[in-house]
Ligand binder design. Structure first.
Ligand code: GTP
Length: 259
């Protein structure tokens, strides 16, 4: 049922091999020009065969639901978000979503300007919306400590942010934007456990309760609260479904989350 579905992936496979094909063609052309006497240049490229970063992934997410994407490092979680964003083009399968995406990358970036500029990012200031986001992302106290509050300039002689502050500003920017689908890549990096718990509750669960969310996180508490869990292992789907099914079908799953 597409009217209720915000995101659908059907048997999707993808590789980060853009460029390899071009490189192959380029070197082939060059070698042709040089007319290599041995003629076995092709052998070299057999070693360059690229294995897919995501293999045969299928999922669907209904409007207003939260999907937690978990898995050890390098399992393909960020690549999955890049694929939904259209940055990584699948070699097989289909992806469907309605197109209005808000994305917060794993490493949040700051542009020159005030803290407020960095959250609004060109959108109009709506006091109620802005205040709700600031509170949910636990930025209220940080701002209160600054003489210029959210008008404090960042970069070039301005305030230097901690990693956790950067992360929360990046999250606030993504949440402030109105979208149909929110892709949040490891939004809790650099945050202590208490802050992480608070932001997960207040922002991801409460403030965003009616939003469709894909959140990269391997925290057990988060997987429990998500409507769906996708557990990746070496680019493959190790599990996809509800948390209770995960416990029932993959009782050993937590060993995959430690790496
Ligand atoms: P962590 O962030 O460490 O938890 O890993 P992850 O599960 O998010 O894996 P990720 O998708 O980042 O990486 C999977 C593989 O894809 C790795 O071999 C990466 O080197 C590769 N990869 C990730 N992003 C890119 C990219 O933008 N370009 C290319 N070419 N490769 C990428």
């Amino acid at each position: 049922n597409l009217t209720n579905t915000e995101l659908e992936l059907v048997n999707v496979t993808a590789s980060w091999d853009e460029g390899i094909g071009e490189l192959f063609e380029k070197i082939k052309q060059e070698n042709k020009a040089d007319d290599p006497p041995n003629g076995d240049t092709g052998l070299f490229f057999t070693n360059l065969y690229v294995t897919p970063v995501l293999k045969n992934i299928g999922l669907y997410l209904e409007k207003g639901k939260m999907l937690a994407v978990a898995g050890s490092t390098g399992s393909g979680k960020s690549s999955l978000l890049m694929m939904i964003l259209g940055e990584l083009v699948p070699s097989e399968g289909k992806i469907r979503h309605s197109g209005r995406i808000s994305f917060s990358p794993q490493t949040s970036w700051i542009m020159p300007g005030t803290i407020r500029d960095n959250i609004l990012f060109g959108l109009a200031y709506d006091e109620y919306r802005y205040t709700s986001v600031i509170r949910a992302c636990q930025l209220e106290e940080d701002l209160a400590l600054l003489p210029e509050k959210d008008k404090a300039p960042l970069k070039e002689g301005g305030v230097t942010l901690s990693g956790g502050q950067r992360a929360r500003i990046g999250l606030a920017r993504a949440v402030y934007k109105d979208a149909d689908l929110y892709l949040l890549d490891s939004p809790f990096t650099h945050l202590d456990i208490v802050t992480e718990k608070e932001i997960f509750e207040r922002c991801l669960c409460k403030l965003m309760s009616s939003k469709t969310r894909v959140v990269v996180t391997s925290k057990l508490d988060h997987l429990k609260r998500a409507d769906k869990v996708l557990l990746l292992h070496n680019g493959m789907c190790y599990f996809y479904g509800s948390f209770s099914d995960l416990q029932a079908q993959r009782p050993d799953f937590s060993s995959l989350l430690l790496g």
